[in-house]
Design a protein around this ligand. Structure first.
Ligand code: B12
Length: 210
């Protein structure tokens, strides 16, 4: 997958799509193809941090990720285990207030759906109060929150605190996701689990509803 990673990091949009199609047609695991996109994103993030890439590169990488997802999605449909019509749980998903990153969130929404969850995706920059209100209406089993910015940690903690204050904490499992998260941050937020990878998140949620 290194060629795909390199092409994406170098912003070669056409080559990225070409290689994606080629790998999938050759029978490569679509989840692995996704992971290559994620590795490229990590490198792009590092270059942004290091001052060699700027916002246009971030936007371009977001677009490549979106068009790549469209190509990968039909392959995931057939290959993901557990895909089917019978729903195994209700999963509410949002990017927390203050954060507009949604590439990872959208992948999670797609994969949770393919794995049998009924998914309600509230979009980006969603306040805690809206998440709680919608979780009640929807009858969510699990609240999934995405946050890529360090600045998202406090609003995520705010959500869990509000659930506690409302006496609702035990009604929902809370899972947070995003590349910047770790166990320490998860403990600070008070979530039940954190992941930096969609597949790990799906496995955790399946365990909860089993
Ligand atoms: C693309 C990108 C953007 C795009 C986003 C486009 C979009 N539609 O999402 C744009 C250009 C808009 C953008 C904007 C900004 N960005 Co930005 N961005 C990135 C970048 C390069 C990639 C993020 C990404 O999509 N990764 C790929 C996806 C697939 O990975 P992921 O999000 O981690 O998701 C996976 C898992 O984490 C997990 N997951 C994610 N969410 C959830 C939720 C649940 C419930 C579960 C189960 C799992 C799960 O599953 C996914 C699939 O495996 C990162 C660098 C990085 N390495 O993360 C910086 C990065 C996140 N951005 C950063 C910054 C600073 C910004 C800006 C503030 C820049 C600015 N000065 O304006 C703004 C933020 C605006 C805002 N208020 O949100 C910083 C954050 C630093 C920090 N510590 O806070 C990063 C880390 C770059 C860096 N190294 O400095 N960004």
């Amino acid at each position: 997958m290194q060629e795909l990673i390199d092409a994406m990091v170098e912003m070669m949009e056409d080559k990225v799509l070409e290689l994606t199609k080629q790998y999938l047609e050759d029978g490569k695991d679509p989840v692995e193809v996704f992971r290559a996109y994620q590795s490229a994103m990590e490198e792009i993030g590092k270059r942004f941090e290091g001052g060699t890439y700027f916002i246009p590169e971030l936007i371009m990488s977001g677009e490549m990720m979106k068009s790549g997802s469209e190509v990968i999605k039909p392959y995931l449909n057939g290959s993901e285990s557990g895909a089917g019509t019978e729903k195994i749980g209700k999963f509410l998903l949002a990017t927390i207030e203050g954060d507009i990153h949604d590439i990872g969130k959208n992948i999670v929404a797609m994969m949770m759906d393919l794995n049998g969850f009924e998914v309600l995706d509230l979009g980006v920059d969603v306040p805690a109060d809206t998440i709680i209100e919608k979780a009640k209406e929807f009858g969510a089993d699990i609240i999934g929150v995405s946050g890529l910015l360090t600045l998202a940690f406090d609003p995520m903690k705010g959500l869990v605190d509000k659930l506690k204050d409302a006496g609702l904490r035990d009604q929902y499992k809370v899972i947070v996701g995003g590349a910047q998260l770790d166990q320490q941050v998860c403990d600070y937020i008070g979530a039940d689990a954190f992941v930096t990878d969609a597949v790990a998140g799906i496995n955790q949620c399946k365990q909860w509803v089993a």
